[in-house]
Design a protein around this ligand. Structure first.
Ligand code: ADP
Ligand code: MG
Ligand code: ZN
Length: 614
């Protein structure tokens, strides 16, 4: 969370040190080392000479009798002999045979004899060789017993909820960290007020709401908002994610729910927050496969618990989801999650505020035009914008700058929107040329039609999956779209395809996503918006079946004849727009060639550069 001032240092959580365990490891390690040492140094341990060569005992004795050695050294079961030149050899003797038995103690022989030890080294290597496996084995058993003990402990807490309780003095999130969302905030402030002053409401017969469901697309700040409520409410706040209820074993989820609500009741007034509730709250009797029973039980338990609150229990359940369509109807009825707070994608003004929240406390260059950034990011969620600011900071750091500038932010918009630049993808000159004409096709057609947003940028630098891109940026957020706007949009989408067709006489695969979008728009016009004369203002909807959360098959509520008519209408719309677009491109052929060739050279055309052609 970016804050104005760096948060005061707070005591760090230190995991408990496991001294006993690390001691065991040190001992084990030492033992293994010693063992290895003896294993690879068979010449007799610490004092052994690794360079000595082994010879048969007979040869050794013969050499002794021939007085070849200057000196002899006895070390355990090995006898070393050193000659005048200092070369050492050794022979292995049976430990039972002493020097005299071997004939090595001839008093007339002047060879110097030194006895280091007759058995010590052998004794130790024997001990280690025979005991080490047993020691290792015992250590292993102790280690396993400890692990088992841990498991046994876990068994008692398994059915307990693992909800985290937010306490007040933690680095807390407040409404100040949440930009925009005024209605949602208001609603939640009201809920918190219920908790704190229940009398005020119950006196005039108002019931305290049981549950609030936050509904919104991913990244719009649902979790953030809930955390802010925790920070503002000054009541205990239990937070858990729906997926934490789901375990391998049936019944665990339900028992965790029971435990969570019990804890909450003991701490009332308080708030329970269940994030991603769709993990357990899917429609019952709908799924297939294993986990389904467990989910159903968990959900039933949530429903039961919410009903079980007595009238004066001051516990409010807040839940968040981005799939309200899959939730069980029973969750939404009055007395349960009877309040829905819709969290929309941020509009222009909210995006501006979110940018300001996230650039707060970061070293920003002077005179940055935040409005421009907000304008260029339609369709970005709060999370995207946070990501954008972060990318800009990384970029600035890479360049060794001290502050984040306007260009860093603007470059990051593209990166977040389309993916990172793909410098490694090399296009052939021919591909580059086609891409340039394709993009200029979009831009030029869009520019000529009043229903399209102004062209913001045209580029043929490949990013993510796209080889090039044309950015249209709306001046305002629009909420209503007229037929003509849709038609113009289809035209500009077809612009790329037709540019390829007209200038290169053939079409590439690069146009496929454009065509898909154009077809989608046309189909929606016919089936959802009632914009076709032929079929009239009727919604022709399809519902898709679900299999483990993914779509499977679909059923439609209209006949085959209507389906054929819809297809015909869609084709009619696309054909009409094809004609318009073809005309625009044919009328502007020389201009298109000029712009495309310039784009090929420059790779990027800004709004100003593009508009200068007209
Ligand atoms: P959700 O739970 O809706 O999927 P999150 O609450 O996890 O989304 O949001 C992800 C991040 O996006 C947040 O941590 C926050 O930094 C940023 N964000 C989203 N919406 C906003 C907002 N309105 N104001 C400030 N930051 C936001
Ligand atoms: Mg979330
Ligand atoms: Zn295109």
């Amino acid at each position: 969370m970016p804050n104005g001032t760096p948060p005061p240092p707070r005591p760090q959580y230190k995991p408990p040190r496991k001294n006993g365990n690390s001691f065991t490891y040190v001992v084990l390690f030492a033992l293994i080392l010693t063992f290895a040492y003896y294993l690879f140094n068979p010449q007799g341990g610490p004092n052994g000479n690794g360079l000595a060569e082994e010879i048969p005992l007979n040869t050794f004795i013969a050499s002794y009798e021939a007085r070849d050695y200057k000196s002899i050294e006895v070390k355990g079961d090995k006898i070393y002999g050193e000659n005048e030149e200092g070369t050492r050899v050794y022979a292995v003797r049976p430990l039972t045979d002493g020097l005299s038995e071997l004939g090595l103690s001839d008093p007339k022989n002047p060879t110097e004899i030194k006895v280091v030890s007759t058995e010590a080294a052998a004794f130790w290597s024997n001990v280690i060789a025979s005991w080490l496996p047993i020691i290792l084995f015992i250590a292993l058993i102790i280690f396993m017993a400890k692990q088992l003990g841990k498991g046994a402990n876990n068994a008692f807490t398994f059915g307990k909820s693992q909800a985290r309780v937010y306490n007040k003095d933690k680095n807390k999130t407040t409404f100040k960290d949440v930009a925009g969302m005024d209605e949602a905030k208001e609603e939640l402030v009201e809920v918190v007020d219920f908790l704190k002053h229940p009398k005020k409401y119950t006196k005039i017969g108002a019931k305290i709401p049981r549950g609030v469901m936050l509904v919104g697309a991913p990244g719009t700040g649902k979790t953030l908002l809930a955390r802010a409520v925790a920070g503002e409410a000054n009541v205990p706040f239990f937070s858990i994610s729906g997926s934490e209820f789901v375990e391998m074993f049936v019944g665990v989820g339900a028992s965790r729910v029971r435990d969570l609500f019990q804890k909450a009741k003991r701490n009332a007034p308080c708030i329970i927050f269940i994030d991603e509730i769709d993990a357990v709250g899917r429609q019952r009797g709908f799924g297939m496969g294993g986990g389904h029973d467990e989910r159903e039980q968990t959900l039933n338990q949530i429903l039961t618990e919410m009903d079980g609150f007595e009238k004066d229990t001051n516990v409010i359940v807040v839940a968040a989801t981005n799939r309200p369509d899959v939730l069980d109807k029973a969750l939404m009825r009055p007395g349960r999650f009877d309040r829905r707070v819709i969290i929309d994608m941020p509009n222009l003004k909210e995006r501006l505020e979110i940018i300001k929240v996230h650039t707060r406390g970061k070293p920003m260059a002077k005179g940055i035009k935040y409005e421009k950034i907000a304008q260029q990011t339609p369709g970005f969620s709060g999370a995207d914008i946070e990501n954008l600011v972060n990318e800009a900071a990384i970029l600035a750091a890479k360049e060794g700058k001290k502050t984040i500038g306007q260009t860093h932010l603007e470059v990051s918009i593209e990166k977040v929107g389309l993916g990172p630049e793909r410098k490694s993808r090399v296009l052939s000159p021919e591909e580059k040329k086609i891409t340039a004409y394709h993009e200029v096709g979009h831009a030029l057609v869009g520019h000529s039609l009043p229903g399209c947003d102004p062209v913001h940028k045209v580029t043929i630098i490949s990013r993510g999956m796209a080889l090039g891109a044309t950015w249209f940026v709306p001046e305002d957020d629009k909420h209503l779209h007229a037929v003509s706007k849709f038609e113009d949009e289809i035209c500009s989408l077809l612009g790329g395809y037709l540019a390829e067709k007209i200038f290169f006489k053939e079409v590439t695969t690069g146009a496929s996503s454009d065509l898909k979008r154009a077809t989608q728009i046309a189909r929606r016009m016919v089936t959802e918006y009632g914009m076709s004369e032929e079929l009239g203002p009727i919604i022709y909807s399809e519902t898709s079946g679900q299999f483990m959360g993914t779509e499977m098959g679909s059923s439609r509520d209209y006949s085959e004849q209507i389906a054929a008519k819809i297809d015909a209408e869609v084709k009619k719309i696309i054909d009409a727009q094809m004609k318009r677009t073809t005309k625009i491109i044919n009328d502007n052929k020389p201009l298109m060639t000029k712009i495309s060739e310039d784009l090929l050279k420059k790779e990027v055309l800004s709004k100003e550069e593009f508009e200068a052609y007209f």
